[in-house]
Design a protein around this ligand. Sequence first.
Ligand SMILES: Cc1cc2nc3c(=O)[nH]c(=O)nc-3n(C[C@H](O)[C@H](O)[C@H](O)COP(=O)(O)OP(=O)(O)OC[C@H]3O[C@@H](n4cnc5c(N)ncnc54)[C@H](O)[C@@H]3O)c2cc1C
Length: 408
Amino acid sequence: MTHRAIIVGGGIAGLATALRLHQIGWEPLVLERAPCRRSGGYVVAFSGIGYDAAERMGVLPALTERHITPDMMVYVKPDGDPRFTVPGPTVRAMLGPRALNILRGDLEDLLHAARRDTVEIRFGTTVTAITQDDHGVEVSLDDGTVERAHLLVGADGLHSTTRRLAFGPEDTFRLDLDHMADAFLLDRLPSCVEAGTTATLTDTGRTLAIINLGADRSAAFFGYRTNRPMADLAEGPTTVLPRVYGDMAWAAPDVLAQLPDAGSVYFDTISQVLVDRWSRGRVVLLGDAAWCVTLFAGFGSSLAVAGADLLGTAFARHHGDVLARPGRLGEPTPPESGTETEARSPGPGPLCPRRPGSAVVARSPTAVRLVPTGVGPDPAQTSARSVIRERASDCGGGPDSPQYCAVA
Ligand SMILES: Cc1cc2nc3c(=O)[nH]c(=O)nc-3n(C[C@H](O)[C@H](O)[C@H](O)COP(=O)(O)OP(=O)(O)OC[C@H]3O[C@@H](n4cnc5c(N)ncnc54)[C@H](O)[C@@H]3O)c2cc1C
């Protein structure tokens, strides 16, 4: 019997899950709400359990080909003069072994290429209702059709519809950290940014970063503090970013001018997702929908691929028995462990310091990134990540571990 899975969301988690389930003989169907592929984004770190998973799934060589390091990282003052620079070889050395930096869009692209001709994706489609019984899960779609499968995977990101329908209202699970982030590909490199560099301007409560990787390959990243993240989200980037960055000099005017025509713009709240289970019967959450660690953690894509690999390996081990037995993937660290308390005490964000002007480049476990001195990494941005890591090591950290287990 061929097992069928419906995957809601065609981002990194959804595509990786489709690929992994196809590898174990399942028939996945991906539903993506957007009318076409969302291939935008800035640089993401890819390391740890994500790197290991990519290796097992056979996509590591393609990932490694897309690894990037800038010739130079430049941190500029508000007037555009360099504050300090980090040469490319130092950046490479700080990244360490078994770790990559890649454009999020390149990761999306290679996962698409890997599933091509094997997995159907329905764009412009989403889920409106979910019912499940002993034999399967029935999913009503917004085009009026109904699909039935053995498993439904909610890989539809931070504001997951699947989670809302199967687990409850979003407010119950989303912890806003009072920042917003935006990333998109640029049509042209602002003239004040040198080719081959990553250039960053951080001042009070806001950052603008630009990376260039050669002709027609530049991306911009905005990150800023706000006390009204959901209101900003509702207003949208073309309204909010000119308001927040309108008085910033350097490359800001040029980048803002490119925003209205940019394709695949990412604009979202910096939030964590904290749920007490990652599965309800035949409905499983994966990626940001399950454990969003925030974009500032820079580890969401690694965790998404790792989660997809864990899920596929668990089902292979249990011969596709979705309800095999309660499994650790479905049981994140409960609140009483202290993790939730830690996560609910957000401190200042490392990319948007309260005190401007002082910054160091630090090597975090996940990425080479900028950390303002005297502030330090935000525990709220790392705690959920450690939950996932504990989960992964609980599950054995590899497909051969006897502790690998199914989701129920
Ligand atoms: C365009 C884009 C750019 C990004 N850029 C960066 C970046 O620069 N740096 C970084 O650290 N992270 C970035 N991220 C987030 C990063 O990709 C995720 O944190 C991580 O890869 C986990 O991915 P995910 O698939 O769980 O969630 P996401 O990447 O958010 O993907 C979720 C997918 O589900 C789709 N979707 C949402 N709701 C529904 C629904 N109801 N029905 C069907 N489909 C739905 C979305 O359109 C999206 O394609 C970006 C995400 C996107 C979508």
